[in-house]
Design a protein. Sequence first.
Length: 319
Amino acid sequence: MSMIETLNSQMALPVIAAPMFIVSQPELVVAQCLNGIVGSFPAMNARPKELLDEWLAQITEVLAQARRDRPGDKIGPFAVNQIVHAANDRLEHDMTLCVKYKVPLIITSLRAPGEVVKEVHAYGGLVFHDVISVRHAEKAVKEGVDGLILVCAGAGGHTGTLSPFALVSEVRRFWKGPIALSGAISRGEHILAALAMGADYAYVGTRFIPTTEAYAVPEYKQAVVDSNAADIVKTSCFTGLEANYLRSSLIGQGLNPDDLPTRDKSFTQVAASKPIKAWKDVWSAGQGVGSIEAVEPVATVVARLKAEYTAARERLGLA
């Protein structure tokens, strides 16, 4: 059985939960995996860095015990997101721990992950790299990645600008391997649509912010529930990269969402009366917020996604 077949055999739904800064921590990851999808978190969420060892040990053991106790259940593997960039002075430390625990899936971001690919393949793991363009996808393929995550328009956090119809089609011209599709996916029929376009997995983040297991303040969770697509603002103001944020959180920091300064990589602080931190002070979300109606446990969210996915297949005569 190939690594990809092994991955798929553990999943009850073709969904990879996106790693969300601050929000994704062990409780959320474990809940996602126990409900048959891939759970994930950014390595940099573990602070100080020594905490990552504890997190990986906890997640690994809980999932291993669940598989022993429930041998007939689909229990998803977990993934760790690594920022492959010179500015990440933790990369070597964090990858050493990922190798130690043989993390099944590493999700890489920002730079082509050649050295990471070698480390992960050495213990039999997989590397998926997130991209926003064909050029970035081509570079990742040359580095030997196992899968591509296509970040399209509408995605939460750092986002793409291309339509998924365009990006999936162009990438499929040269890439036959696994694709996870990101961008405003928040319902079961969206998952089926992603597969119909040529993807293998839906990459879902925002839908899991208003869950009881997510590490987000109650106000953030409720803001997601209360918002719709028109309440999402795209700006490079806070990190130098285009990202989507909740309009209400910008207003809450005394900013005018319709008149934000632009920022390049050398820009150090948004024009404001106090320091404002992306993700912590201004909250990220994708355009799929309008499909979210309540704060619920992960189990309820995944069960609904499964039901919607199955109903969509039945409507098309695919069941």
